[in-house]
Design a protein around this ligand. Sequence first.
Ligand SMILES: C[S@@+](CC[C@H](N)C(=O)[O-])C[C@H]1O[C@@H](n2cnc3c(N)ncnc32)[C@H](O)[C@@H]1O
Length: 276
Amino acid sequence: MKTAIYRAPHEEFQYRLLACLMRPSLALRQLWLRLPIGSFRLRLTFDIFPRPHYAYGVFHAAEEARMLGVPRISVIEFGVAGGNGLVALEKIAEEVEKLTGVAIQVFGFDTGRGLPPLRDYRDLPYKWQTGEFAYEAEGVRKRLKRATLIVGDVNETVPKWCAEPSRVPLGFVAIDVDLYHSTVNALRIFEREPEYLLPRVYTYLDDVIFTSRYLGELLAVREWNAAHAHAKIDAITALACSRFFQHRWLAGMFIAHFFEHPRYNDHTGFLDHSGM
Ligand SMILES: C[S@@+](CC[C@H](N)C(=O)[O-])C[C@H]1O[C@@H](n2cnc3c(N)ncnc32)[C@H](O)[C@@H]1O
């Protein structure tokens, strides 16, 4: 198989040097990332997190919960692979818990065997392959401090998880399962009674860049929206122009709105999404 043409090491060095000279704020951010001092709120403003999208989603979900008087929420990463994202998510949850006083339960869902069999063009077989990102679940669990890893195909694990009555309201979901069919099943997490959902659930979609609305995660979301008259998963309008740094994660940040949720109209005030 042919491989992509990447930058050679000397070109990579040149690129980094030029990028820093042309946009010094990027160099400053890299430095700050290595020494992450400052309050959570300040670091959130300047994206000083390995996964700024998780920090953004968890913080705003907890803020909504606090305004609504909801004492605890859950946050989920769909598609865990080796656990880098889930480890980042649990660290962020710890900080946000201290800041807001809202308790946060963290969950990760993964097959434990990498991508399941791809079914058709909607799963983007030109991009992904069955079995990609396979990691031993036990190895991932050893990296976790507080998150629960749920192993199995989301086709089975999501309905099982939803059937458990003890769950707390969902506040943030990161969907990184790559495939259309997996996303369709992950989105079933939203088909729950309102007491298990915040009226608005922050939803990050990882694979919405350099793709199409007719494939993968975006197609699954469009179909979900068409099937739900009183709920919609929508991009956060004007988010990019209100943030200091322009990052690709901004294109993946959505909110699932449940218009008929009994608390949808409760006043929470204007939540400042820029932090500036
Ligand atoms: C790109 S990786 C996730 C990377 C991870 N979020 C991170 O940031 O490090 C995609 C993961 O989705 C998982 N996945 C895809 N389809 C799935 C399904 N139907 N059920 C459970 N996990 C699935 C794969 O096992 C794979 O580990």
